[in-house]
Design a protein around this ligand. Structure first.
Ligand code: GDG
Length: 734
């Protein structure tokens, strides 16, 4: 039976060895909970590092660990101390983590770390390949394993692979600074589905793929090799029920059942009728904005001194990555700031900040969430931030105010929170005041929709939706995309050709017979192409038509020594075998004088673009322009043109890196059909690479063999990878 393999840096288990005694407990993190629905029974295997290095374990203990984790349907990737230093603390946490969170000044690029990152990703791949069977699905998690999708895909191309990034994907301008940017993108593109928390991270990723790998994207799909990789956003939720239920129980606690922390919190609340507490919980990480938060709180107390003695900041900072120097510095800075604020404002009966530098048990976490009237979650940059969601989930009376940084992914879904820019102390202090003074009705009004959303979009639903999308993409690959021409299909096509009595072959030119050139005039036919075309042209009972968007002058020049049939400008002109040109249609083109100036303004604003004027159409070419800018301008131009051309019987066509305006009743489909009317053909073949060729694919009879060059959405029956393969295929027509 097929299974799902989950891969993450760490296994969802706490493994300890004390006096040679091994204990294995499930960990309680959000990911482990969310994956429960995926990781259950014998149908799933979770692969990851145990947390123990090779140096910490003897062979005997390692074998025991393997056995113990196997009982939890897990398998261990064994890492050495050196791996952990360079792959985990090094590349993952000194390179990827700061860069992806826009902390460029903290980012180090060490070759040794990069080599270790590759080695360890390979170790993960080897472990996956050891366990994967046909029909299995794989879900890989997070920034430590960006190379893994491709390492697996290249060995097991038929396996469906999903990848989810839990941290932000930075904008192209930041990502481009990364020395191994291509390798990382290609590594990720081994997946069939790539998920992010927000739409912004998704579009940043797509932009890097377009600009760095120069791949084509259509909406949220990337054509890569002979696959379509889908990119989507899946905002991660929490186990709402777990937090809400725990908070309800917490509310019913008797005095005796209360924890020591709860008793202290109650004491503060009882100290004055308007005493309040502000909560702050994070891993001690520079992305979380802890120093800024303390400074903003300090500013708040200075600005609004009436809150002294009444308000207390409860700050839980969970130790994290303390081997990395930046984290050690942050610890020092945080200790000093807390000391400074407490030293400055404390009185005998009041300390403004209660600071815990440790991890607390779940029960205490609920104490904090339930007791604080305000939560101040103000990261500088955060992929999602689950603490913000957990705080709202525990508010069983529906009161409480969340002050949330707009830089957290969670802000995209929690619009009713008070959103702030964490770098603006003035705004943060004012918002804190507003939060402390917000009437209960308003608090409830804001929290109800957030709670409803959190309940609906739980972490379980997140996992299910991701898996559903992964399954859908698998179907999509099989059904929606045309079939690749395999040797068997090629043989069938050639047989049909040979058996037929009268045949016609339609050949698009640019992007099909020749590759794209920066200057269109460099795309002249070469000797090899001439001899291929001669061969088809001379084949018995065969009519060959080169059908292109090019202007007739260029083709006249290029094919002056050949008597091929040519159709130019998408079907405006026809050159017959006797080399005389006629038009298919009589077309007026006085519209050109009106539209040319508009195209000229686009040329001015978009360096590298140019206008091509043909007899019956105008084209704006943008093949030399940065793809991002080109997309933006193309979109703008299409919007402008479409609004202008209505009632003019004109159409705007988008070709490969060109936008063309021409008379509506001209297209390659119509032109090809006119050719078919002249004879009774029993073999019709058409091949082309862009949007304008789709008219042929759509309008030719069903029996026609239609072939798209490149893997893109198409109406053609088949696809072929590139012009090299086109020439090989056509060589069979003789
Ligand atoms: C990464 C991304 C993204 C915290 N302290 C204690 C404790 N916690 C629990 C919280 C929460 C989790 O840890 C922290 O999750 P966050 O989402 O806030 O942050 P990261 O650890 O940075 O996670 C982040 C996340 O991945 C998921 O994709 O949201 O953006 O950076 O669940 O409750 N739990 C206990 N004691 C503590 O002291 N028991």
């Amino acid at each position: 039976m097929s299974k799902t393999i989950i891969v993450s840096n760490r296994l969802p288990l706490q493994i300890n060895i004390e006096d040679d005694q091994l204990t294995v407990n499930p960990s309680v993190g959000g990911l482990a909970t969310g994956m429960k629905s995926v990781h259950q029974g014998g149908e799933s295997l979770w692969i990851g590092w145990s947390g123990l290095t090779e140096e910490q374990t003897t062979d005997e203990i390692a074998a025991k660990v393997d056995d113990a984790v196997a009982k939890e349907n897990c398998a261990v990737v064994s890492l050495s101390e050196d791996d952990v230093d360079h792959f985990y603390y090094g590349f993952s946490n000194k390179t990827l983590w700061p860069l992806f969170h826009y902390f460029m000044e903290y980012t180090v690029f060490e070759r040794e770390d990069w080599l270790s990152y590759q080695t360890v990703n390979q170790k993960f791949a080897d472990k996956v390949l050891e366990h994967v069977e046909d029909g299995d699905k794989i879900w890989i998690h997070d920034y430590q394993l960006l190379l893994l999708p491709d390492l697996i895909k290249s060995k097991k191309p038929d396996t469906s692979i999903g990848f989810f990034l839990h941290i932000p994907f930075p904008s192209y301008e930041v990502f481009r600074t990364f020395p191994w940017r291509e390798e990382i993108l290609k590594g990720m593109l081994g997946a069939d589905l790539i998920g992010f928390h927000t739409y912004d991270y998704e579009r940043h990723f797509l932009s890097s793929v377009r600009r760095i790998l120069r791949l084509e994207t259509s909406f949220n799909e990337i054509s890569y090799d002979d696959r379509i990789v889908k990119v989507d956003s899946f905002p991660m939720g929490i186990d709402y029920k777990k937090f809400h239920d725990a908070a309800e129980k917490h509310q019913q606690q008797t005095e005796d059942e209360k924890s020591d922390i709860q008793k202290k919190l109650d004491e503060h609340l009882a100290s004055a009728s308007d005493a309040k507490m502000i909560l702050s919980i994070d891993r001690l990480d520079y992305t979380k904005g802890i120093p800024n938060r303390i400074k903003a709180f300090e500013y708040f107390l200075e600005r609004y001194p009436e809150y002294k003695q009444k308000v207390r900041l409860i700050m839980l900072a969970v130790p994290s990555r303390s081997n990395v120097p930046q984290y050690q510095l942050l610890k020092k800075e945080t200790d000093e700031l807390v000391g400074r604020v407490n030293g400055k404002f404390s009185t005998v009966s009041w300390t403004p900040i209660w600071y815990f530098y440790r991890s607390l048990p779940f029960g205490n976490l609920i104490d904090l969430y339930a007791s604080c009237q305000v939560a101040m979650i103000t990261p500088i940059r955060d992929g999602m931030n689950l603490v913000a969601k957990e705080y709202i989930a525990t508010r069983v009376e529906k009161d409480g105010v969340l002050v949330l940084s707009e830089m957290a992914g969670a802000a995209k879904e929690m619009n009713e929170a008070l959103l702030i820019n964490p770098n603006n102390f003035e705004e943060t202090a004012q918002t804190l005041k507003r939060a402390l003074e917000m009437p209960k009705e308003e608090q409830i009004k804001r929290n109800i929709p957030m709670q409803k959303r959190l309940e609906r979009y739980s972490v379980e639903r997140w996992a299910k939706e991701f898996m559903k999308a992964l399954d859908n993409n698998e179907d999509h690959r099989v059904s929606l995309v045309s079939k690749k021409i395999t040797p068997v299909i090629q043989e069938e096509i050639v047989n049909q050709f040979k058996k037929a009595k009268k045949k016609i072959i339609f050949l698009d030119y640019d992007g099909t017979l020749v590759g794209f050139q920066n200057n269109p005039l460099d795309a002249k036919p070469d000797e090899e192409l001439f001899s291929l075309l001669d061969q088809i042209h001379n084949a018995e009972n065969t009519d060959m038509v080169i059908i292109s968007g090019r202007d007739k002058e260029t083709f006249t020049e290029w094919f002056k020594n050949k008597n091929y049939t040519l159709i130019t400008e998408h079907g405006v002109w026809l050159r017959k075998e006797d080399k005389s040109w006629t038009t298919f249609d009589k077309i007026k083109n006085d519209w050109m004088d009106k539209l040319r100036p508009i195209l000229e303004t686009f040329v001015d604003r978009t360096p590298g673009t140019f206008i091509e004027e043909k007899n019956f159409s105008l084209a704006w070419h943008f093949r030399k322009v940065d793809p991002e800018l080109a997309d933006l301008r193309a979109m703008e131009l299409k919007t402008v043109l479409n609004s202008l051309i209505s009632n003019h019987n004109l159409s705007v066509l988008e070709g490969n890196k060109v936008i063309e305006i021409k008379s509506s009743n001209v297209n390659k489909g119509r032109a090809a059909n006119r050719m078919l009317a002249l004879e009774d053909y029993d073999f019709i073949f058409a091949i082309g690479d862009d949007y304008t060729d789709e008219y042929m694919f759509q309008e030719l009879p069903k029996s026609a063999v239609t072939v798209k060059v490149g893997l893109k959405k198409t109406n053609a029956k088949y696809f072929i990878n590139d012009t090299k393969e086109v020439r090989k295929l056509l060589n069979n027509f003789s």
